[in-house]
Every structure is written in structure tokens, then in C-alpha cells.
Design a binder for this molecule. Structure first.
Ligand code: ZN
Length: 406
């Protein structure tokens, strides 16, 4: 009986499709090829010029500095998460679903999310500006990240300055917090260390951007400031690198150690990834969090990028040979202490935090490398999109042609 109900429920989720399919396909494609540089999600390899990963006394994340320059080549986000894009491509092509149970579960989670309202219902729209970045990050964890993975558990830094509460920051009494407060410290006192702001299911670090009470009111000025803080942010880089070494130590069985960390600003997010086996550091383009800045309706891109990132242990296929040559040189910079990074990092019982920032805006790379897999998926998705657009927008067949004219 119960399993019949469950089966029916599963079928409903898989067949429901209450979301705009053309727009969704278009979003998947923005991760697969360079449709137009503005909306494509690209991963840019970074090279560390100078950093304090190696100081004699050890450095907390809040005091971490790390100057980087970018390589001229970049990869598509969907290429690195090729296993996830393949799951979506197969589903879009002929509704086929993964036979692997965890993959089917996370696909259902995604479809369920897409079929729901995608909104955060704050009691009044303006209160988004009245909550802190940390509170917004908890809100995103509770309303988005926690809903897309195999588990909705997450841990919030018990030392965080925001108000600790049992119910969700959105204020709806029916909205329960699936996370709790605890010790999120990682690293080792002799090297980079500190508290992660949020740790999703013991597997993914999430970092809010700090508030800028002095930032000017003008939209574009705030935007620039925001990008400065989000991109090439030394704290996010330090956390990502330490977390990747830690994951390699905790999960030596994994096929690759390319480990992500999400940085969340008030309107955008980025994903930073570090491969502690091949020494490659990647930063994503910025992803809009909401459909419109104040809409509080999660954008398709944010949902897709977060879904792939939260489930990276299933979806991230690691770096293939030609992507491994873009070394970050962290191993060189941390040479004297590399054994501590390799062997002596821990999760919990490490130590404390404060702040720092600056940085340049990333330019899109001039060359993009793509694997055959992402190339094939792109072709299939474009075909699906063509079919859907004829159906959804009979008056315009731009979508397919604009993008393929590129
Ligand atoms: Zn809520």
C-alpha cells in the first residue's frame, strides 16, 4: 500500500512539469556552451600569486589573503558536473530516469522543487534588506540547498553573529529549520583554519558575504562592490582549499577530490572549487540568486547550479587530463606545510574567526575548452529546446536560432 502511494507520488513528480520547460532547457544550456558571455556559467582556473597559507603561526580564514590571477582558458560549469547534466539531458530527451537510487532521489528532489513555487515568502517583501547576510545564507540553506540533496541536514556556525532561532528566518510558522547550530571549525591551528558559516550535510561549505553598511545606495555601485567581495574572495578560496584537503582525507574512496564551496551574496552566488589532488582552483561566474533582485523567487540558474553543487559527490566528474594543467600553485606556496594540509586537518574543535577584503573583477576567459560529453549533451538539449520552443512559443523560434548562430 505505502509503496504504491510512494510510487504514484514518484510518477506524479516525474510527470508534473509545472515549470516553464523552454526556460529550463535554456538554463541547462547556459552551463554547457557559451551562448552569450553574459548568461553562461563558466569556471575560470585561478593561479595563486601570493598567499599566507604557510605562515609560521597559522592563519584564521578571516585573516587569510590570497592574490590570484586567472588563466586565459575556462571550462563550462556543466562540463565539470557532466554526470548531472547527463541525468538532466536523458530526462529531457525521453523522460528516462537514472536506475541508480540516489540519483533518482536527487532528480526527484529537483523536479519537486521546480514544480513548487520557488519563492521565499517573507511576511513583507522589504524585510529581505533588513536581514543580515548570515541570515540570508541560512534562509537560502533552509529554502534551497537543504531541499535539493539526499539529506536536509546542515550545521550553522554556533559562533555566528546572527540571531539564533528555532524557526526559519522567513517567519512562516510552518517553515521548520532543518539545520542546527554547532561546531563548524575546520583546518589545523598551524595553517589556514576557522569556522565554516554553514556546512551542508557534512559535505559542502557555504559562506555568506559580509554586509557593507557603508556601500553607496546606487545600484551599479553596490553591484561592483558585491562582485569585488564575491569574486576571488580570499576567505572563500582558503575555505575551499582546506575543505578539499579535508574531504580527501575523510573520503579517500571518492573518484576525485574536486570539492566545491558556495559563496552567497544578497543577489548572487558563486561556486569555488579546489582539487587537492591535482592542485587546480576554479571559480564560477556569478549566478543570480533570484529571478529579479527583490522577487525572492529563486532563479532557474541558482537552482540548477546549487543542485549540481549540493550533489557534487554524484555529479562532479573531476578534471580530465587537459583541464589538470592549470595549476593553482598552492602546493608550491604551501610547500613547507603541505604535509599538515595533507594529513593533519580536522573537522570540529579547531578554532575562531574575524574579517578582510578587496579584488578585481574576473573577465570571461578568451578560450573555452569543452569535452565531447558536454558537446553531445549540448546537441541533444538544443534539439529538445527546439521542439519545446515551437510548442511553447509558436510565434518565435528565436531561442534555438539565436544561440546556434553564435
Ligand atoms: Zn522559511
Amino acid at each position: 500500500m505505502a509503496s504504491d502511494t510512494k510510487k504514484r507520488r514518484t510518477e506524479t513528480i516525474l510527470n508534473e512539469r509545472k515549470y516553464e520547460e523552454g526556460k529550463w532547457l535554456h538554463t541547462i544550456l547556459t552551463l554547457c556552451y557559451d551562448m552569450d558571455t553574459k548568461s553562461s556559467i563558466i569556471l575560470t582556473p585561478l593561479k595563486i600569486d601570493v598567499c599566507n597559507a604557510n605562515t609560521s603561526k597559522g592563519t584564521s580564514f578571516s585573516k587569510a589573503f590570497c592574490d590570484t590571477t586567472q588563466y586565459d582558458e575556462g571550462y563550462m560549469f556543466g562540463d565539470i558536473f557532466g554526470n548531472g547534466i547527463t541525468v538532466l539531458t536523458n530526462y529531457e530527451e525521453d523522460e528516462s530516469t537514472p536506475t541508480d537510487k540516489p540519483l533518482l532521489l536527487v532528480l526527484q528532489k529537483l523536479l519537486d522543487f521546480l514544480n513548487s513555487s520557488r519563492n521565499i515568502n517573507l511576511p513583507n517583501k522589504h524585510s529581505l534588506q533588513s536581514i543580515s547576510e548570515t541570515e540570508l545564507t541560512v534562509l537560502v540553506a533552509n529554502h534551497l540547498l537543504g531541499k535539493l540533496g539526499t539529506s536536509s541536514c546542515y550545521l550553522i556556525d554556533e559562533n555566528c553573529c546572527g540571531k539564533k532561532r528555532d524557526n526559519c528566518f522567513c517567519g512562516e510558522t510552518s517553515c521548520k529549520m532543518t539545520g542546527e547550530y554547532g561546531d563548524t571549525s575546520i583546518g589545523n591551528m598551524e595553517v589556514w583554519h576557522g569556522n565554516l558559516d554553514i556546512l551542508i550535510n557534512n559535505d559542502l561549505a557555504v559562506k555568506p558575504l559580509d554586509e557593507n553598511p557603508d556601500s553607496p545606495g546606487g545600484k551599479s555601485a553596490t553591484d561592483v562592490k558585491l562582485r569585488n567581495d564575491l569574486q576571488r574572495n580570499p576567505q572563500i578560496i582558503a575555505q575551499t582549499i582546506v575543505f578539499s584537503f579535508l574531504q580527501k582525507k575523510r573520503h579517500p574512496e571518492r573518484s576525485n577530490f574536486l570539492t566545491p564551496c558556495i559563496g552567497i551574496g544578497s543577489t548572487e552566488l558563486i561556486v569555488m572549487l579546489y582539487d587537492s589532488e591535482h592542485d587546480v582552483l576554479l571559480e564560477s561566474s556569478t549566478v543570480p540568486l533570484f529571478e529579479q533582485d527583490l522577487s525572492l523567487k529563486f532563479s532557474f540558474q541558482a537552482i540548477l547550479v546549487c543542485w549540481l553543487t549540493v550533489n557534487y559527490k554524484f555529479f562532479c566528474c573531476g578534471l580530465d587530463e587537459r583541464y589538470r594543467k592549470h595549476k593553482s600553485n598552492f602546493f608550491v606556496h604551501a610547500k613547507e606545510k603541505i604535509q599538515i594540509y595533507e594529513d593533519k586537518l580536522t573537522l570540529g574543535n579547531v578554532c575562531n574567526t574575524t574579517q578582510l577584503n578587496d579584488r578585481n573583477i574576473l573577465l570571461p576567459p578568451s578560450k573555452l575548452l569543452r569535452s565531447k560529453k558536454v558537446h553531445d549533451n549540448t546537441a541533444t538539449l538544443l534539439n529538445c529546446l527546439k521542439k519545446v520552443s515551437q510548442f511553447e512559443y509558436p510565434d518565435s523560434n528565436d531561442i534555438g536560432s539565436t544561440s546556434s548562430s553564435k
